[in-house]
Write a protein that binds this ligand. Structure first.
Ligand code: ADP
Length: 433
């Protein structure tokens, strides 16, 4: 299921960003091509003016001058005198690439019909004080297959000369094509990179959800397993009750009662944890005297420890401590879990020390025992739900939920809980608030 979601999210992420990128590229290409065309047109209008000025200055139009002009501006120039093409046109008509004569004929035939995309300009030539008529339009030749900017200069009243200037737009077209290909490659590369990035990014986003789902599955499996045992005992005992004598019935009912209490405590723990998962974990923050909490916990567990021949002691700082902002019930629950564990995993004659210190504006609550200790490998795992170290698995009062509840409570207080080895054996659990 997650693979499908991962794939869909990747396609969605990459798709949206790629679409935005393609639209932006198209917009850029449109604007850039439009401005290239515009610039080219303005440059051509300037060139037509220059040619006009230059022509006005020539008393004789020589072939050198014409070929120089053609070479300088990459033009094709035709000069028509009194309706008859100038000699130059015939001389340079080498027929290598196309017939100049055919091209000229085509222009002459179409010069008045090409008005749709033409621009009439009036070249006012300040230097000569003369007024020359020029007509500029773009035109696609059937002879060469190329598109040209065409300028027809009519030298005016004093002259019978007409000059036709052609500028091939092929280079510009090639430049635009190159730009389009470049953008295509950039876009393809970016789409590939975006897809890879989206795959990694969405994978990272989904990872905690996947882990959480895995944990939920594990939690439900472990909870069902834990609940099955007392249920099986209750069912079996209830069957026994049916044929049991009055003396035995009490014993069976006691067993059922004990198992129900066991289940009830397990269900309470599970509810606490599910509350923390759905952020319904209520923390009732109040001003708390931490030393009072320690003393209360000590008093509550001292008789139980004594019963197990374990010495429970409490150590508080000699100087008065500031108060703390915390949920007293929840913090007491954490201390109880730690003391209960210490009592459970410390053999008779052992020692448990409950202590409180105030270091760098943080309260350190420590529960130290000299019991069986916890191996390094298990230190990280004991805060996991339903995790129990092998030795404690057989015990019925332990579900492996105590430390995970303590962890969630401390987390809700923005604190930390850690475990380390005590000197000479045993463990130290430290809660920092
Ligand atoms: P449990 O209800 O089984 O005690 P916890 O979550 O409180 O569950 O503890 C997880 C496991 O950590 C226990 O099963 C036990 O093996 C180990 N443990 C916890 N506290 C101690 C301790 N003080 N000394 C040794 N082992 C401990």
């Amino acid at each position: 299921m997650f693979r499908k979601v991962h794939l869909k999210l990747t396609v969605l992420c990459a798709g949206i960003t790629a679409a935005v990128m393609i639209i932006m590229s198209l917009c850029y290409l449109y604007i850039s091509e439009k401005s290239l065309n515009k610039n080219q047109f303005s440059a051509f209008v300037n060139d037509i003016n220059n040619i006009t000025v230059s022509m006005e200055r020539q008393s004789v139009i020589s072939m050198e001058w014409l070929s120089k002009m053609e070479a300088n501006g990459n033009y094709i120039l035709f000069v028509i005198d009194n309706g008859i093409p100038f000699l130059y046109n015939r001389l340079v008509d080498s027929g290598e690439f196309f017939s100049r004569a055919a091209l000229l004929d085509e222009i002459i035939d179409n010069r008045y019909t090409n008005s749709a995309d033409s621009a009439q300009i009036q070249a006012h030539l300040a230097e000569t004080q003369s007024s020359v008529q020029s007509r500029i339009y773009s035109f696609t030749s059937a002879v060469t297959g190329e598109k040209y900017l065409t300028g027809i200069i009519d030298m005016g009243k004093n002259s019978s000369l007409e000059v036709i200037v052609l500028f091939s737009l092929n280079t510009l077209k090639k430049q635009m094509l190159e730009q389009r290909v470049l953008f295509l490659f950039i876009d393809i590369a970016a789409i590939i990179a975006l897809t890879a990035f989206s795959w990694i990014f969405t994978g990272r986003l989904l990872k905690p959800i996947m882990e959480n789902q895995q944990k939920q599955i594990q939690f439900i499996a472990s909870a069902s397993h834990e609940l099955r045992t007392p249920l099986a005992v209750i069912l079996a005992t209830q069957e026994c009750c049916q044929n049991a004598s009055t003396e035995k019935l009490d014993g069976f009912l006691n067993t059922i009662h004990r198992e129900v209490l066991h289940m009830s405590s397990l269900v309470d723990d599970m509810l606490t944890l599910s509350g923390s998962d759905s952020n319904r974990f209520s923390i009732n923050v109040q001003t708390v005297e931490p030393d009072t909490l320690i003393i209360n916990s000590y008093e509550a567990f001292e008789p139980l420890a004594r019963e197990k021949s374990i010495t429970l002691s409490a150590r508080l700082p000699e100087t008065p401590l500031p108060s703390c902002q915390a949920d007293p019930q929840r913090i007491r629950q954490v201390i109880s879990i730690l003391i209960q564990n210490a009592i459970s995993y410390t053999p008779e004659g052992g020692k448990i020390e409950l202590s409180l210190s105030y270091i760098k504006k943080h309260f350190h609550i420590c529960v130290k025992d000299n019991g069986i200790g916890i191996s390094d490998e298990n230190k990280e795992k004991i805060f996991d739900r339903f995790y129990r170290i092998e030795k404690s698995r057989s015990s019925k009062e332990h579900f492996g939920l105590g430390l995970s509840i303590a962890y969630e409570i401390v987390q809700a207080h923005n604190g930390s809980i850690t475990v380390s080895d005590a000197e000479g054996g045993g463990s130290i659990f430290t809660v920092i608030l």
